[in-house]
Write a protein of this length. Structure first.
Length: 261
């Protein structure tokens, strides 16, 4: 196991035999590092933190740090990363709080570019990309394959649906439905992420149906209950549309509006 002699690794940490740990890194007692994990120099991994197989942690990242909560230091809580997660320079990933469910969870194949941040109790799916300086407040939920542009900031308790794309330097104070693009200083919906839909192999017929659902729920003059009922009756049999409709209907925080500021 290639561990640099200047690294400080607690004997209670659970580390697979092929894990590498670079110079001056610190690994705490509650940490579990699965097969093939690569930890760079000057990294801190603390708390009850599990890092999945094949993941890489680059210099000056802080993984499993104490949550940024004024009255909850996260005693006994955890951070769980999936497989093949890339954590770049200066990233901070906080574990959960006792009052927020106790766990921050990150799926497989996610990428966190330099200086991005995931707050306490966030729940992230698979294949998510957070570009340089993107921030998630506490309790944020992010669906699979979402992309957050550089400098974007998501308010606590917001939800971002699957394959959402958030413009750089964009503040997100409300929920963003699946498959949508956002723009503006405070996030507004500007249409569907059609390039992302095509790249993920979503059928053209489903994309066409999604356009109609988007129009009904976000651009029509229909009252919300009427628009939801019509969208569900006409397009609910398409899985992508059903996901969009269910997300919209279940929003507690409110959904961002269509149109640039």
């Amino acid at each position: 196991m290639p561990i640099h002699p200047t690294a400080v690794v607690d004997p209670a940490a659970r580390i697979e035999s092929d894990v590498s740990i670079g110079a001056y890194s610190v690994v705490g007692a509650g940490v579990t590092l699965a097969a093939g994990v690569r930890v760079g120099t000057h990294v801190v991994i603390d708390g009850r933190t599990t890092i999945g197989a094949g993941s890489e942690i680059h210099p000056f990242a802080v993984v499993g740090g104490q949550p940024g909560h004024l009255r909850d230091a996260g005693e006994g809580t955890e951070l769980v990363l999936g497989a093949r997660v890339s954590v770049r320079e200066g990233v901070s990933l906080h574990r959960g709080t006792q009052v927020g469910g106790g766990r921050t969870s990150i799926g497989d194949d996610c990428t966190f570019l330099a200086s991005s941040h995931v707050g306490h109790d966030c729940q992230l799916g698979n294949g998510i990309v957070m570009t340089n300086g993107a921030f998630l407040g506490g309790h944020v939920v992010v669906g699979d394959f979402a992309v957050l542009g550089g400098g974007s900031v998501v308010h606590q308790h917001c939800r971002l649906g699957t394959m959402v794309m958030v413009e750089g330097n964009c503040g997100v104070p409300l929920d963003i439905p699946p498959y949508c693009l956002t723009g503006g200083h405070r996030a507004r919906l500007v249409g569907l992420n059609e390039i992302g839909l095509r790249r993920r192999g979503v059928a053209p017929e489903a994309v066409k149906a999604l356009r109609e659902v988007y129009r009904l729920l976000l651009r029509s003059d229909l009252a919300r209950p009427e628009a939801l009922a019509l969208a569900r009756s006409d397009f609910g049999a398409t899985p992508e549309c059903a996901r969009f409709i269910d997300f919209f209907a279940s929003s507690k925080r409110g959904v961002a509006r269509h149109g640039r500021e």
